[in-house]
Design a protein around this ligand. Structure first.
Ligand SMILES: [Zn+2]
Length: 302
């Protein structure tokens, strides 16, 4: 009898902890982790595999990552071949339905751009805040399927994040207007900014193409240098997750200054704040990353 009472008390004591248990989520990039945190709030425990400055095109899962992915209740990744070295792993982990979600794959196909060789869509969708905002509701639905009790809360948070991204989208369009139309050319290390360019009216040239898997050749460097001289482009930009040598060479050969470092395929450091034109933002979030990039571009090209 006494042992039964003990078991009942032990179960009752454990109940509140069980009820408050968070959904364990593993995300690949910082951008995807930020999206899931914004939508999931306190009810999810999100771990990101890739930190600041890490290139997702080249990233290979470690043994520790695979263990984390297996333990997680849900896995969110970007998809559209961004995490090119991890595709097979996600296919394998996704065989058990309802666990693995590619957030960018939820965007309607007619809103996506093609990669250079046309073999798959361009994965860099977070560069357009309006496009990225479309991924919030699908994340809420995936969280709700795993945790139906809090479905309404996820839906509400997704809607509020969507609105914040829409606001950022409108802000970016307005901010770009400070750059004369003829000067709106964005030259970077690789083609990470096609969506940003389309959304905010910039002609975009990436020296290395859509993935970083192939390095820029001398011919690419000469071609871009000639273009800069012909069009008198004022500045070129290095990226936080890609080696800087090709852009530094182009800057030297063409006379265009280095306009700053952009966050292309990785967020900045979480909690690192910037204040520009009276606005403060965190470079470790997608909204902060976009504001940082747009401000850096505008200040260098205007
Ligand atoms: Zn990229």
């Amino acid at each position: 009898m006494r042992s039964i009472i003990y078991v009942v008390f032990a179960l009752l004591a454990a109940l509140p902890a069980f009820a408050q248990q968070k959904l364990t989520v593993v995300a690949t990039t910082g951008m995807v982790a930020d999206l899931v945190r914004q939508v999931g709030g306190d009810r999810v425990q999100v771990e990101s595999l890739m930190g600041a400055g890490v290139d997702p095109h080249l990233y290979k899962a470690t043994a520790a990552d695979v263990a984390k992915l297996q333990r997680a209740r849900l896995i969110f990744y970007n998809g559209l071949m961004l995490e090119g070295q991890m595709s097979e792993l996600f296919d394998r982990l996704g065989k058990r339905g309802g666990k693995v979600f590619a957030v960018a794959a939820t965007i309607p196909a007619d809103r996506l751009l093609k990669s250079d060789d046309g073999s798959h869509p361009d994965p860099h969708v977070w560069g357009d805040a309006g496009l990225w905002s479309l991924c919030a509701a699908p994340v809420a639905r995936a969280l709700a399927a795993a945790d139906p009790t809090n479905a309404a809360d996820y839906a509400k948070r997704a809607e509020s994040h969507r609105a914040e991204l829409e606001k950022t989208h409108a802000w970016a369009k307005e901010r770009i207007a400070a750059v004369p139309v003829a000067q709106r050319t964005l030259i970077t290390s690789h083609d990470a900014f096609a969506y940003l360019g389309r959304a905010y009216g910039l002609e975009v040239i990436g020296v290395q193409g859509i993935s970083t898997a192939t390095e820029a050749g001398l011919a690419d460097i000469v071609k871009v240098t000639d273009f800069i001289k012909k069009k008198s482009v004022k500045a070129v930009f290095v990226e936080s997750s890609v080696p800087k040598a090709a852009i530094e060479r182009i800057s030297k050969d063409s006379g265009a200054k280095i306009g700053g470092e952009l966050f292309s395929d990785a967020l900045g450091t979480a909690g690192k704040m910037h204040t520009v034109a009276g606005e403060t933002y965190d470079e470790g979030t997608v909204v902060g990353m976009l504001k940082f990039n747009i401000n850096t571009i505008v200040e260098a090209l205007k």
